[in-house]
Design a protein around this ligand. Structure first.
Ligand code: AMP
Ligand code: ZN
Length: 470
């Protein structure tokens, strides 16, 4: 474990706090994943990219095998049912739903892999955790935090003294909220669904409360408990999930388990916007990850996944982003500059990412300042400082950027190992004052069309550059 102290902004306390894991041997993070009914848009990619960066940093600080990252797949939802009926009207509903969710899930996974994000440790599907959800609901009923009314099991918000802590809303705010339907069967209009009955033609599972399906919020309470325990370190997602989704996850988990804390740190990424508006399916102002990767949906050509990811990271994760072609062009040129500067670096397993880059990221994921530090290292690498080149390469790899994805085949050409070996032999000969041998090596290479130039590096040590004679 390296000594980088982390600080993270916690939505729950509205302050940046020093991060101390509950168990440094198993640092646990849960991030809400996609509802799989359609292609993910580039706004949906933001939490994937932001929490991937945090995952990489945690793995570096605590050890790659000491971090558990869970990102769920929501594969039961009324939007999925509607899509299945629309796209496969002739199939039995179960089969139609399976087609929609399987196709969308594999599309999502290949999209986010193309962005260069790491796979989470576990990616549970909601439909594989129905029994766990039912157990949680039974606990909530037993502890009198939930009741059965009109064919639904509802969570009683009045049963939790400090409901609303995360969003800072009180129940009066909720009453005023237009989004909460006034339903006569609810004890409080803010009560939310844990389980609802399914009609014949809707997907359903048998339960003590009739054949039905879970509400959305209970999914994440059940899956986080199964894989991370009743209390864990970090819970993340986009800003829009604070209320009601995360508020209700907290209510369910804490009340079912009788605990004070569900997750210690709650982190939320800002919105990706188009002309000042949140990108969303419902507004229709979206562009899919797949379009950006495959077609000219923005700027008239396809973009490399690493460019999309860098474009996203250039703005601090809590700030809104206006996604534009200009931003993508900037990201592309920055990544190409870094890759050019790292060209020819020899990297090995033991290479450490740059300490100043790590320090900036450890400060609530300040990628912008980290990228300024990277620019400085690239400058040094361009002055032919071998150490800087190696450090740049190692840092890019730590961040999940490849070393040559944007370089032309000519730029990406690697130094043939026999040249490096000959240069090393010659330097050894020069240092041993064996000038005859050094000369022979120089002549041999010259015959292959390779010219050598000697220079001194910053530490005053003799170094050699080479180029192809024209
Ligand atoms: P959804 O499939 O809508 O539940 O969204 C999946 C994830 O993407 C959630 O964490 C959302 O908060 C996040 N998200 C959706 N739209 C945006 C956006 N425009 N900008 C940033 N994050 C978003
Ligand atoms: Zn969730």
């Amino acid at each position: 474990m390296s000594g980088t102290p982390l600080s993270l902004y916690n939505t729950l306390t509205r302050t940046k706090e020093a991060f101390t894991p509950l168990d440094p041997d198993n640092v646990r993070m849960y991030v809400c994943g996609p509802t799989v009914y359609d292609f993910a848009h580039i706004g949906n990619a933001r939490p994937v990219i932001v929490f991937d960066l945090l995952f990489r940093l945690l793995r570096h600080v605590y050890g790659a095998d000491k971090v558990t990252y869970v990102r769920n797949i929501t594969d039961v939802d009324d939007k999925i049912n509607a899509r299945a009926l629309r796209d496969f009207p002739d199939l039995p509903l179960n089969e139609a739903i399976r087609r929609v969710t399987e196709k969308t899930e594999s599309q999502f996974l290949s999209d986010v892999a193309a962005l260069g994000t790491l796979e989470p440790t576990v990616q549970p599907r909601a439909t594989d955790n129905i029994a766990e959800m039912q157990a949680l609901i039974a606990d909530l009923i037993a502890r009198e935090h939930a009741y059965n009314a009109n064919g639904e099991v509802l969570f009683a918000v009045d049963s939790m003294a400090d409901y609303g802590q995360l969003s800072g809303r009180n129940l009066e705010d909720n009453l005023a909220g237009a989004r909460i339907a006034i339903d006569a069967h609810k004890k409080n209009p803010a009560d939310f669904v844990l389980w609802k009955q399914s009609a014949e033609n809707e997907p359903g599972w048998d339960s003590p409360w009739g054949r039905g399906r879970p509400g959305w919020h209970i999914e994440c309470s059940a899956m986080s408990e199964r894989y991370l325990g009743q209390t864990f370190d970090i819970h993340g997602g986009g800003l829009d999930l604070i209320f009601p989704h995360h508020e209700n996850e907290i209510a369910q988990s804490r009340c079912a388990h009788g605990t004070e804390v569900m997750a210690k740190v709650w982190m939320h990424n800002g919105f990706l916007q188009v002309e000042g508006q949140k990108m969303s399916k419902s507004l229709g102002n979206f562009v899919t990850i797949n379009d950006l990767l495959q077609t000219g949906a923005m700027g008239g050509h396809a973009w490399h996944g690493e460019v999309l990811r860098l474009a996203m990271l250039m703005t601090h994760y809590r700030e809104p982003i206006d996604f534009s072609v200009k931003r993508l062009e900037e990201a592309e040129s920055k990544l190409r500059d870094w890759q050019r500067a790292a060209r020819g670096a020899e990297t090995g397993e033991a290479d450490e990412p740059d300490a100043s880059v790590l320090r900036e990221l450890a400060d609530d994921l300040n990628f912008h300042r980290a990228s300024v530090a990277l620019d400085l290292i690239a400058k040094k690498a361009n002055r032919d400082e071998g150490h800087a080149r190696q450090c740049l390469a190692a840092t890019l790899q730590f961040l999940g950027f490849s070393l040559d994805s944007l370089l032309t085949s000519d730029e990406g050409w690697e130094e043939p190992p026999h040249i490096a070996a000959a240069i090393a032999d010659r330097l050894a000969a020069l240092n041993a004052k064996d000038f005859a041998k050094a000369d022979t090596i120089r002549k041999d290479l010259a015959e292959q069309g390779i010219a050598l130039m000697d220079y001194k590096d910053e530490a005053g040590a003799r170094q050699t550059k080479w180029e192809i004679k024209r």
